[in-house]
Design a protein around this ligand. Structure first.
Ligand code: PXP
Length: 244
């Protein structure tokens, strides 16, 4: 039997990062969502940060109306955001650690210290009939705790792997750690997603890991889109000037 292909969920936070640079309406995230889906994205992911540095609360309501694929909301274990999630009802909540000063989500949830807090938060999400996944390091003890507190789905943080040069000794050893963690989690009955720092270069070895559900990829896709789209954007303005 053919292996089931892993799904690609595109994180569009950085479309909103560019928009927020001018606090305007461009680039439009609804349009970006449709373009991603038309190109084959299996899902759209956004992170509503407590500091609202990119995605805004109103964006979630707009996205809810138009996402045809699956809608994943990344969020901290915050009651304020859960109140919003309750109204939006995304297909999946991914609970992430969040620090105000960080540039991006650094590391997974510290379940060794936060076990009780996250257990209570997960139960609140489940009571609202929301599906929730925990963003954690590929660490067996952490996966074991996720299992104990009732999680059914996890996303393994690939940030450390993606910081190493592809095929370097460090990268291969981190890849092995992700593979082992993924198998351990699958055997415990988890649905396993992966994400953070993945790109065209470091993705091929990851794709050899069996039975993954979803990849959540943002920065590299948006960064590449800017470069691929730049010649056309410049040409449009040049043509306008030429024809004036
Ligand atoms: N998964 C989670 C839980 C994240 O917090 C992020 C970053 O928002 C990603 C995946 C995507 O990471 P990147 O933008 O590096 O592809």
């Amino acid at each position: 039997m053919l292996d089931k292909k892993v799904l690609l969920c595109v994180n569009i936070d950085h479309i909103a990062t560019i928009r927020e640079a001018r606090k305007g309406i461009e680039p439009n995230i609804v349009q970006a969502t449709s373009l991603c889906e038309e190109a084959g994205a299996d899902g759209i992911t956004v992170h509503l940060r407590e500091d609202r540095r990119h995605i805004q609360t109103a964006d979630l309501f707009a996205l809810k109306e138009i996402i045809k694929s699956r809608f994943t909301l990344e969020m901290s274990a915050s009651d304020e955001i859960l109140e919003i999630a309750k109204k939006i009802k995304p297909d999946l909540l991914t609970i992430v650690p969040e620090k105000r000063a960080e540039l991006t989500t650094e590391g997974g949830l510290n379940l060794k210290d936060q076990k009780e807090n996250i257990k209570v938060f997960l139960a609140k999400a489940f009571d609202l009939s929301l599906k929730a996944s925990l963003f954690i390091e590929p660490d067996l003890e952490t996966i074991e705790i996720a299992h104990q507190i009732g999680a059914k789905q996890i996303e393994l943080h690939t940030g450390k792997y993606s910081n190493y040069l592809v095929n370097s000794t460090e990268s291969l050893s981190e890849l092995k750690r992700i593979e082992t963690a993924s198998k351990f989690a699958k055997d415990l009955g988890f649905k396993v997603n992966l994400g953070h720092g993945l790109n065209l270069q470091n993705l091929p070895p990851i794709l050899k890991i069996k039975d993954l559900e979803e990849l959540h990829i943002g920065h590299s896709i948006i960064a590449r889109a800017v470069l691929i789209g730049l010649p056309l954007a410049v040409k449009e303005v040049k043509d306008l000037i030429k024809n004036s």
